[in-house]
Design a protein around this ligand. Sequence first.
Ligand code: FAD
Length: 509
Amino acid sequence: MTIEATLEALKPILGAANILTDDAARQLAGSDVFPWAGQVLPDLVLRPGSTEETAAAMGALTRAGHAVTPRGAGLSYTGGAVPHRPSVVVDTSRLDFIDIRASDLCVVVGAGCVWQKLVEALTPLGLKTSINPPTSGLHSMVGGAIAQNLPGGTDGIVGLTVVLADGTVARTGSWALPRSKPFWRHHGPDLTGLFVGDCGALGVKTEIALRLETIKPVEFLSFTFADSTTLMTALVTLQRKGFATRSVILDRGLSETAGQVGVGEAARTVAAVVSQAGSLRQAIRDVAGLGRMRSEVRRQSWALHLTIESPTEAGAKAQAEEARAICAKDGTEIDPAFPKAMRARPFTIRGALGPKGERWVPVHGILSLSQAEGCVKAIEARLAERAAELEAVGVRVSWLMSTLGPYLLIEPMIYWLDELGPVHWRYFTGSQMEKYGGRPVNQPARDTVLSLRRDLRDLMDGFGAVHVQIGRFYRLADAVDEGSLDLLTRIKSALDPQGLMNPGALGLG
Ligand SMILES: Cc1cc2nc3c(=O)[nH]c(=O)nc-3n(C[C@H](O)[C@H](O)[C@H](O)COP(=O)(O)OP(=O)(O)OC[C@H]3O[C@@H](n4cnc5c(N)ncnc54)[C@H](O)[C@@H]3O)c2cc1C
């Protein structure tokens, strides 16, 4: 069926206002944070308002032979939300309801619910989701995160409602039982897990049930370390013993950027810290600590920031003392202004541009504790080898590492001056875009960035890294063993026999 005929068939299902055909909407819906050479402008952008509308639209699309790409906010950077062949984009932003079931410690949300909106609904009840939302949650959506996995794990997903390629509506966990509610994930095989991290290749998630927990007492600690060997010794000990809930490591470059808070950002951070610190004076002291962090880390290479949660205040303090003893062996304690600010203001997308409005893209690997240090050393060596080449085209790299458990997420971040794309124009303010939005395409730097991203991805894969946000960039189908690929392709063909669900995502279809 032609796209024009499909458009007419979709109007009674979605209403004409929820079918977008203009260039601006199609360009935004065809982009993510990175400029992809192979991206293809979508034919249509659909905005269903319910699971039923999504199911009817999906059935109509795939019967007519159109490929479909599901989409949240488009704040990923691995091409998963970017069609690479003619497609219709299913924009989930109207699926944004929140149904809190506090007595079951569960919340059901529409896939298009923005994380910040969810946190604002839960915090006054003293509740939070047990999975840790992404920093981009100011705009990014629950469905986008669940479709890609989260580095800290996704065990806190209780169940899903998924629309399959042919329009079938399936529910998982206890939700699949007509007389039960979404309160428990495991009832037979873990069908929830099948759709978590699928990057939209197996279906469109429309409703998501998440586990809730009470907000716990918290302590913060920060230390600097002279080199990666002493840092990694402390970090691995902390993670093996389980004293820190969340550890974030910044290199000197990122520490300086984090301390370089602009006036508007500082005001927003103070306002957020006030609500947690309880007093304006303490909040201003905490935010000023961010500035001091710049000078403290200038003398050292790495800063380790710990957030320590426990069901009781005494427990949090006791764990903090244990963590302090481990870190103080080789590290120097500094003001924990950074983890406090991160807790007070967990969502920002300011990091999607460099301090001078540079383009930004990370490349990451999730490493086992036994492989992490070797991998860090290998990346340090590779960046040193390529330093002159990167400098010649103005490409700069800073590091972020973090963990919420027995693994290490290593995330070198790449910055370069370049033309900004539709996603930047959508989420950054007018004054920022006036300053940074007029730059021309910088192809030599872009080519170097892509080559460096692939190089570091392959290097981390050599240490057995796994990835979230596989999209069209990280390797899955061409990396797993023969039997595992057979399982994956059989599942894909059973659920999507025409290969129309986000073709190319996960390296499938
Ligand atoms: C400044 C910044 C900070 C970030 N911080 C983090 C972080 O802390 N942790 C982290 O993990 N990531 C982070 N990211 C990356 C990214 O924002 C997250 O992965 C986020 O979860 C993507 O959500 P989204 O709504 O933008 O999804 P999109 O980018 O729109 O989509 C991502 C993928 O999911 C698929 N998809 C989306 N919705 C659905 C659905 N309902 N059903 C099926 N498939 C779907 C898409 O097809 C695509 O493959 C960050 C990005 C930026 C720019």
